[in-house]
Design a protein. Structure first.
Length: 243
């Protein structure tokens, strides 16, 4: 049995995995990641832990994780993957979540040119071509981050909870902010899709379903894409491909 850990900017997700099958997904907003993981383990020891961490490096946390498994793999640009993504750019410092997501896309959609949109704290847009070459991608503000930025960098705009249904032309502050953020993000995404009409489009992340309903294109929505990529890595190492 292996354990997959996806530490994002806002939340941590963890799941047990064996032979490609991902079990129940545990979520926590806590900053105490070791405590969260130890609660999940309930005294058990696992074979492999694969960690994707987009926060600051935490050696103490890694030591705790290493103590409860036979092998800890901290995913970064130097990690050997089950699929050679043949990075088409200098990949030092590339986020582990983007690597895992690109790996998952290359496995799930072989032989296709793909664009992956991850709707999280940041919106990341990544391109993986039919030859499994990770071509690179872009980073923009995520859905909730846009509202926080409007509040933080203006004098009078409040921090709002956006209306899920709204008019395209706002007639009050909440409506104008909601329409501006949602439509701005929608038009941004549609611009990428229109520019790459033959690409398979993959949405993931917390707001993926919301925007999939608003974008008029054929879209694959795959929740927990990072965990799927981490599962591929766990199986690769568990099966003795890399010693």
């Amino acid at each position: 049995m292996n354990l997959l850990i996806d530490i994002g900017n806002s939340n941590c997700k963890a799941a047990f995995e064996s032979e490609g099958r991902i079990g129940e997904i545990f979520r926590s907003p806590r900053r105490d990641i070791p405590g969260f993981i130890l609660e999940i383990l309930e005294g058990r020891r696992v074979d492999i832990i694969v960690l994707s961490n987009v926060r600051e490096e935490n050696r103490e946390m890694e030591q705790v994780l290493a103590s409860v498994c036979n092998r800890l793999i901290v995913l970064d640009s130097r990690t050997e993957l089950p699929v050679d993504l043949k990075y088409n750019f200098p990949n030092q410092g590339l986020g582990a979540d983007r690597i895992a997501g690109a790996l998952a896309v290359s496995v799930l959609f072989p032989g296709r040119d793909c664009i992956k949109f991850d709707f999280g704290t940041a919106l990341t847009i990544d391109f993986i071509n039919k030859d499994r070459v990770y071509e690179g991608g872009n980073i923009s503000l995520g859905f909730q981050s846009r509202f926080r930025a409007l509040n933080a960098f203006t004098k009078r705009l409040p921090l709002i909870e956006p209306d899920r249904e709204f008019k395209e032309i706002g007639v009050d502050t909440n409506g104008a902010m909601t329409a501006g953020v949602v439509l701005g993000l929608k038009f941004e995404v549609e611009g990428y899709i229109k520019k790459n009409p033959r690409h398979t489009v993959v949405f993931t992340g917390g707001d993926a379903f919301y925007f999939a309903r608003k974008v008029k294109s054929t879209i694959f929505v795959i929740q927990n894409l990072v965990l799927i990529g981490l599962a591929q890595i766990a199986d690769y190492y568990a099966n003795g491909k890399k010693k």
